[in-house]
Design a protein. Sequence first.
Length: 367
Amino acid sequence: MTDLTIQQSSRHAVYVQRFAGYLANLFDPSLTQLQRELKILMADAPTETTNIRRINSLISEYKKASTIVYGEYNTEILFKELEEFSGDEAEWQVSALDKAVDSPAVVLTTPSPAQAWSGVLSEPLVFPNSAGVKLLEPFIKGWEANQIEKVSDIIRTGFITGKTNQQITQEIAGKNGILDKQTRSSVKTMVRTATTHTSNLARQETFNQNDDVILGYEWVSTLDSRTSNVCKGLDGKIYKNKDKNKRYPPAHPNCRSSTAPVLDERYRLDDSVNTRASRGVEGGQQVKADITYYDWLKEQGGQGANGRAFVLDTLGEERGTLFLDGGLSVAKFKQLTLDETFQPISLSKLRGKKSLQLAFDRVGGGE
């Protein structure tokens, strides 16, 4: 790694999230169309029916109409935008490397747009203990099916429980209905996750094609209080090219993490003055690029009562107290945050570790 590549990646991640917001907003016309289709169907539906055949027929009509609407957005807008974006990301990474590599003799390879997109489509999104493992297209299709099924369930339950057509319509397509707040929020999550995946895997294709200069990559998480426990623990982790079972962002839905290339030391610039953004006790600040999440959080905790409150709010009361007062080094605490599957370790499991008994005794949390 170099400080410059971390600075580049952390700042570029902000652009990636803004682009994801733009893509999510493109769904607004589709959302309006979904609401319109639902209102038309419910207006023509039998009033307060409990006939299962009629209910299923109505749901079938909604599924057909909504599948067309979702399909137009996912296929004609989202996938096309992400495909073009993947090529742009691979090119951006080469441009960034040009500024970070200290050797005019090095000629970097730029993946073709097709290669970048292939890399995105061939590597799965991995969310242990939640959404499982899915390639990008099945991930988006699964989201689509889930959204359609939520509305179908409300239609079915509404009729069976005796609600009027107007009540069902309001619950689904009215203000604050499922096709308003919930779907809008859900599409943002899906698009952010897909965009993060596309960015990191397209840039990984650049790493792969320049492995004579790039030895691997470093996980770069966002330095603020909203960062997930998984990404707190992964920040600063280095994966070498030869490593098996490598992980890439997103680590979870809505993940904001990125990766930075680890350069062969023969090509590294002297770049110790570079920084990355953070938002801690004193608001937004630039900090050293090579600082990891828990080192940064330890610094926040040293800033008086407000700093302590920030850490306790970020980690939770008991875990935060263990972090600040348990006598554990930052490196030791970080090792205890994630298990071998990169999932957060529960407090009950931590209490069961004999090596931590003294730390818990120090903070009054022992058995």
